[in-house]
Design a protein around this ligand. Structure first.
Ligand code: MG
Length: 384
């Protein structure tokens, strides 16, 4: 059994620390060769010490960094992130960054033909057409860590693409699944951050509350599995035990079940094509009295369709969508706008920013910025 060399981008975040949990519980299998974080330099250096990592990077240029300990190369900024991704000899690069910070290093890893375990959905959402093309030509494998896509990947294993009729992405429905429309306006960031089943970072938790997250996941699934948008459905499943399903032409449905614990999809992606213990609690089916499924409520959660529509439109629309959403979340978390205004701002921004085709991955951050800035100025006009 050979050791798998792993680099982790976003190592101090939720998925990053859980990736290190998986590695900690299976230490003979993995060697950590590179770590990168956004701004938590102290946390990063602690991880480097524990896992004996020589090359680390603090992604945010002006973040305060302690003096670098002996024997450790502490890089800074996006160039340093690219170095961690492609210059540390990693067999597999885990991308678990927030927002668009992981974009350039993901491109570097894909260009280099590496296996990329993708937890951050933004890359495929914003640049899916070009990234999948790039992966085809470099031979890079994109391995989904997002629990739903990991589930779809497991269900599709050994199946013929021509026999798939539908992908069914499950969604917990988030903390406001049963909140009446008229009460959504008074929901605070604290309410939105209380996710019923998953323990995740702030951005993805609020994106789950608006169902934006599920819309982004539909786009992500479209690019990962080359399935047309009209053959991807979303189903609300509050227990988060069935992580997604695939329906085949004969009417059979395959589902992947497991406890809502990111260590399971992380371990599957890291050890693929093997299966290894993940540390996740095993599901006791006899103790589950009920599993529920229902259609999503598009009236209360308009961002689900807004996101899917932006995916279908393609070009700059998904990047503008992500930029606008980042701005709206920032304003919501700061108490400057109410929950329903998140959707209003994103929808207005998509109408405002002119459509452009996407010919070059380097244009993506600019489109993202345009979405962010347009949403910010629309919010400023609203508050006048
Ligand atoms: Mg997910």
């Amino acid at each position: 059994m050979s050791t798998i060399k792993v680099a982790i981008l976003g190592s101090t975040g939720s998925v990053g620390t859980q990736t290190l949990d998986v590695i900690r519980s299976d230490p003979d299998r993995y060697e950590v060769v590179g770590l990168a974080c956004g701004s938590d330099a102290d946390g990063l250096l602690k991880q480097a010490d524990e896992f004996n990592v020589r090359t680390v990077c603090v992604g945010i240029h002006n973040a305060a960094t302690p003096p670098e300990p002996n024997g450790i190369t502490l890089l800074r900024g996006p160039e340093g992130m690219c170095e961690v991704a492609a210059g540390t000899g990693a067999d597999i690069v885990v991308v678990a960054t927030v927002g668009d910070a992981g974009f350039a290093p993901t491109v570097a890893a894909v260009e280099d033909g590496k296996s990329v375990a993708l937890a951050s959905k933004e890359m495929l959402v914003m640049g899916g057409s070009l990234i999948t093309e790039l992966a085809k030509s470099s031979g890079a494998n994109i391995l989904p860590v997002d629990s739903e896509h990991n589930a779809l990947w497991q269900c599709l294993r050994g199946e013929s693409p021509s026999e798939v009729s539908r992908l069914i992405l499950t969604a917990s429905g988030g903390p406001f699944r049963e909140t009446p429309a008229e009460r959504l306006e008074s929901m605070t960031p604290e309410d939105a951050l209380k996710h019923p089943t998953w323990n995740m970072g702030a951005k993805i938790t609020i994106d789950s509350a608006t169902l934006m997250n599920k819309g982004l996941e539909v786009i992500e699934a479209h690019w990962l599995f080359d399935i047309p948008y009209e053959s991807i459905d979303v189903l609300i499943h509050p227990e988060s035990i069935v992580h997604s399903m695939v329906e085949f032409v004969d009417g059979s449905i395959k589902a992947q079940l497991g406890s809502p614990d990111m260590r399971l999809p992380i371990a599957y992606a890291l050890s693929y094509p093997e299966r290894r213990p993940s540390g996740a609690r095993h599901v006791d089916l006899a103790s589950l009295s009920n599993l529920h499924f229902s259609a999503p409520d598009h009236g209360r959660f308009p961002l689900l369709n807004t996101a899917i529509e932006a995916g279908r439109r393609g070009g700059n629309a998904p990047a503008v969508l992500c930029g606008a959403d980042d701005a709206a979340l920032k304003l919501f978390l700061a108490g400057k706008i109410t929950f329903p205004v998140i959707a209003d701002l994103v929808i207005e921004t998509l109408q405002e920013v002119e459509h452009e085709e996407l010919h070059d991955l380097e244009a993506v951050p600019g489109f993202h910025r345009a979405g962010f800035e347009t949403a910010m100025s629309l919010a400023a006009i609203r508050s006048e």
